[in-house]
Design a protein around this ligand. Structure first.
Ligand code: SF4
Length: 62
């Protein structure tokens, strides 16, 4: 499975990073970087948590 970012929609809140720091982080300019777009079953809960907490629905799982 994979996390997909709708970049124009992302407002850099960083809540997703708090939910899944192993998978993503905000860079120095406040841009979200997906460290691991692909994730396995062990990280599925984290990935889903990141999607859920985003206030502007900029993340989805494909
Ligand atoms: S929580 Fe949503 S808006 Fe905020 S950085 Fe993550 S993807 Fe972007």
């Amino acid at each position: 499975m994979k996390i997909v970012l709708n970049r124009p929609r992302c407002e850099g809140h960083g809540l997703c990073e708090e939910a899944a720091p192993q998978l993503m982080h905000l860079d120095d300019e406040g841009e979200l970087v997906l460290d691991r777009e692909e994730f396995d079953a062990a990280d599925a809960a984290l990935a889903h948590a990141a999607v859920r907490v985003c206030p502007v629905a900029a993340l989805r799982i494909a």
